[in-house]
Design a protein. Structure first.
Length: 211
């Protein structure tokens, strides 16, 4: 029998990791602390992985974070006020990312509105996405803050170490980034998925990557 290649082993590991995170996110037996559930939801949303409920239905994660694609098309913000003057749109983010980025904008005094992406059905919030509207004069600073947000996530992802059994060969390892026996990478490479993120596509299309 032909041995699986490294790429296949990596995908198997990531699938197994997602299954563990989904189990935590579902929290069916109330065995986990809230912070573990919050973290599991955030990681899964960043990876674009749906969280099925205990009956197999996809869980509506947006209400978990305080956002819903069922919301009115009018912009949402904490002050419940419409922005005035020239406005620029910054696309587009999952519910978990939207929650984090709003916190960053509020903490840096950037006025913003949150708009659900048109065409997303409230009957199934599994693909919910949001865009931010910010004043034109705050646009450059807002873009920098969002880029810093993703850079920090990528840095944290690349610096994590793994302890436990290698999912490919079963070797016990402690604080490593790849299995000492079979060579399987045991850390999630966030950079590849980040390169395909809609926000990064937006930066490329508008020549903003280097700014």
């Amino acid at each position: 029998m032909e041995k699986p290649g490294r790429q296949e082993l990596q995908q198997t590991y990531e699938d197994l990791a997602d299954e563990v995170l989904i189990g935590i996110a579902r929290n069916v037996d109330q065995e986990y602390e809230d912070v573990a559930v919050e973290t599991a939801h955030a990681v899964l949303e960043k990876r674009g992985v749906d969280v099925p409920d205990s009956d197999g239905a996809v869980k509506d994660c947006s209400h978990h974070h305080g956002f819903s694609s069922c919301s009115a098309s009018a912009g949402l913000n904490r002050a419940n006020k419409k922005l005035s003057g020239p406005i620029v749109e910054v696309p587009k983010f999952s519910a978990g990312e939207t929650h984090d980025i709003e916190e960053i904008f509020v903490g840096n005094n950037i006025p913003c509105e949150i708009h659900p992406v048109a065409g997303k059905s409230c009957s199934s919030c599994r693909d919910e996405e949001y865009v931010f509207h910010v004043p034109e004069e705050s646009f450059a600073f807002a873009i920098k803050l969002v880029k810093d947000y993703y850079a920090e996530i990528a840095q944290e992802s690349s610096s994590r170490y793994f302890s436990g059994e290698c999912p490919a060969c079963g070797t016990r390892v402690v604080n490593v980034k790849e299995c000492s026996d079979c060579g399987l990478s045991l850390v999630v490479d966030y950079s590849e998925s980040l390169a395909r993120h809609p926000f990064m596509s937006f930066l490329k299309q508008n020549n903003l990557l280097s700014q």
